[in-house]
Design a protein around this ligand. Structure first.
Ligand code: ADP
Ligand code: MG
Length: 557
């Protein structure tokens, strides 16, 4: 029998994981249980769409069995099982995708958050086991296989005996080391607690033989112990539970269990609608930006369930682009199960749900802005740009949604402010909403053009993001106040328009000379009333500002 090597990168990741995840060791059980549940889901889904198969709910379950004498913990399921090829592909390669680059960047950090992000959940077993054996038989297959590995060295696969389809994962729990004890993972009460904590809402029964005590027959004080198979989880999915029964930790655990993100959610939104459309949803606004968020790799979407069965991992139709950072799931009884992707796009129910969800997200963000300003600003640091892109690209349909959620740095407040805040403190005589574009706040502070506006006591919004000015051009005005760049030719100040003919003619020669010298760079040279402490400034005449011109020039054609 030949031992196959893990791919080199896998080996390093495996080592890193095994050695750095001590604080969160218990989550290995969550990972293995959720894999078992996924495997039963796959079978269930198949049965629902394939007439040859029937799904008898009672014969599908997950079983946890601890054997203290042999130091083994076994997680078995009656799911879809794996073929030899599946074993090679699924358990032989860790971190398949571009996730590796990300992993490298984060190598120094406590690694526990990385688990499960990239389909490495299974390997978390090596945190508590020195050997892992997988015995599995795929549905529709005659042969069962045994996969075995003692960690980083590699693995073996050989045929073996197994009656029914499904998978059995046997962990050889590590021996206790000096300061490390692994015994707890063989203790009933600990296992029960871990299952309750992370896997309570798994839809299939998680069974375990639990030791109970009863009075000995004929005795009033002598007890005897006996084993009884019990179902440990409540099996009610969290999204079907009453909000009042759930704690923030429940939502955080769900977020982690589902691998929605490797951070903690900034906010959760639990929706239960029971009207013309009926659905339950749990949505999360992540705290941190996913590492690939502003790349084409990032895939938006929510998990879609039909009556408790997962039918799609990333249903993108449920989220508008400007809210693409939202993670979570939707479950509706009104959707047909074997609905195809194409039909889904035209599904009326789904459209209604999407609209409803979008509204909810908006109002949650608004209340966050109103009531938890700091949190909102944290959110805005990560995802504000996406909202501004939304203003720019989805302007026609989403102006109302987005214009109140965007913020800019203010010259007066020295922090982020909303357009509403800006407009509500505008003095009577101020006609426009003034803004200045530049690379950074410090640079804009030094712009000569800001001086006259600031001197008038007007607030200036600083545009430091490429998208800012483009977005604002789409908006044109907010509450009937037009936006005006401090660099534009006409700022609407009275004194500015009265040019001084004497001054113009006096300097006519000088201006002509300057204009010629700068012929390809400027259109005109004029005397200006706008300047205070600076000798010159550049002003733009047309619709496109100097900053926008720079960006447009830098864009690939
Ligand atoms: P993920 O669950 O994120 O895909 P894992 O490392 O947890 O990543 O599992 C890798 C893959 O191994 C799964 O996607 C699945 O195909 C397969 N697998 C793991 N456990 C089981 C199981 N109990 N039954 C069937 N397939 C499994
Ligand atoms: Mg998994």
């Amino acid at each position: 029998m030949q031992t196959k090597q893990f791919q080199a990168e896998s080996k390093r990741l495996l080592e890193m994981m095994i050695n750095s995840i001590y604080s969160q060791r218990e989550i290995f059980l969550r990972e293995l249980i959720s894999n078992a549940s996924d495997a039963i889901d796959k079978l269930y889904y198949k049965a629902l769409t394939d007439d040859r198969l029937s799904f008898d709910k009672d014969s599908y379950y997950i079983k946890i069995a601890a054997d203290k004498d042999n130091r083994t913990l076994t997680i078995s399921d009656t799911g879809i099982g794996m073929t030899q090829e599946d074993l090679e592909n699924n358990l032989g390669i860790i971190a398949k995708s571009g996730s590796l680059a990300f992993k490298k960047e984060n190598e120094a950090e406590d690694g526990h958050e990385i688990i499960g992000q990239f389909g490495v959940g299974f390997y978390s077993a090596f945190m508590v086991a020195d050997k892992v054996t997988v015995i599995t038989k795929a549905l529709d297959s005659d042969t069962a296989y045994k996969w075995e590995s003692s960690g980083a060295e590699g693995y073996t696969i050989q045929p073996c005996q197994k009656e029914a389809a499904g998978t059995e994962i046997i962990l050889n729990i590590k021996e206790n080391a000096e300061e490390e004890s692994y015994d707890e993972y063989l203790e009933e009460y600990r296992l029960k607690a871990i299952i309750k904590k992370y896997s309570d809402f798994i839809r299939y029964p998680i069974k375990m033989d639990v030791t109970e005590r009863k009075l000995k027959e004929g005795s009033e004080s002598d007890f005897e112990e006996y084993k009884e198979e019990q179902i440990i989880n409540s099996m009610v999915p969290i999204w079907r539970k009453n909000k009042n029964e759930l704690t923030p930790e429940d939502y955080e655990n769900f977020y982690a269990e589902k691998h929605y993100g490797f951070d903690k959610p900034l906010k959760h939104i639990h929706i239960s609608v029971d009207g013309a459309i009926r659905y339950n949803a749990i949505l999360f606004i992540p705290e941190k930006m996913p590492f690939d968020y502003y790349t084409s790799e990032y895939e938006k979407g929510l998990e879609l369930y039909s009556n408790g069965v997962l039918i799609m991992n990333k249903c993108s139709d449920l989220l508008p682009d400007h809210f693409s950072f939202v993670e979570g799931m939707v479950d509706s009884d009104d959707l047909s199960l074997n609905i195809s992707r194409e039909i889904l796009q035209h599904d009326r129910q789904l459209k209604l749900i999407a609209k409803n969800i979008s509204k909810k997200i908006k109002s949650e963000l608004q209340s966050l802005l109103k009531n938890e300003r700091e949190k909102y600003e944290e959110f805005y640091q990560s995802f504000g740009r996406q909202l501004k892109y939304g203003v720019y690209s989805d302007y026609g349909t989403h102006k109302e949604t987005l214009q109140d959620l965007i913020m800019f740095y203010s010259s007066k407040e020295k922090k982020l402010v909303t357009l509403d805040e800006y407009v509500s403190r505008m003095p009577e005589d101020q006609k426009y909403i003034f803004y200045a574009s530049g690379e950074s706040i410090e640079r804009i502070d030094k712009l000569p053009q800001t001086e006259i506006v600031a001197d008038k006591g007007y607030e200036i919004l600083y545009f430091t993001d490429d998208i800012d000015e483009f977005a604002i051009k789409m908006l044109m005005a907010y509450k009937e106040k037009e936006f005006k760049s401090v660099s534009s030719g006409d700022l609407g100040f009275e004194e500015e328009n009265k040019s001084d003919p004497a001054e113009e003619s006096e300097n006519k020669e000088l201006f002509e000379y300057m204009k010629n010298a700068l012929s390809s760079k400027v259109k005109d040279v004029r005397a200006s009333k706008r300047l205070k402490s600076h000798p010159v400034c550049i002003a733009a005449d047309g619709q496109v500002s100097i900053e926008m011109e720079k960006i447009l020039k830098a864009m690939p054609n």
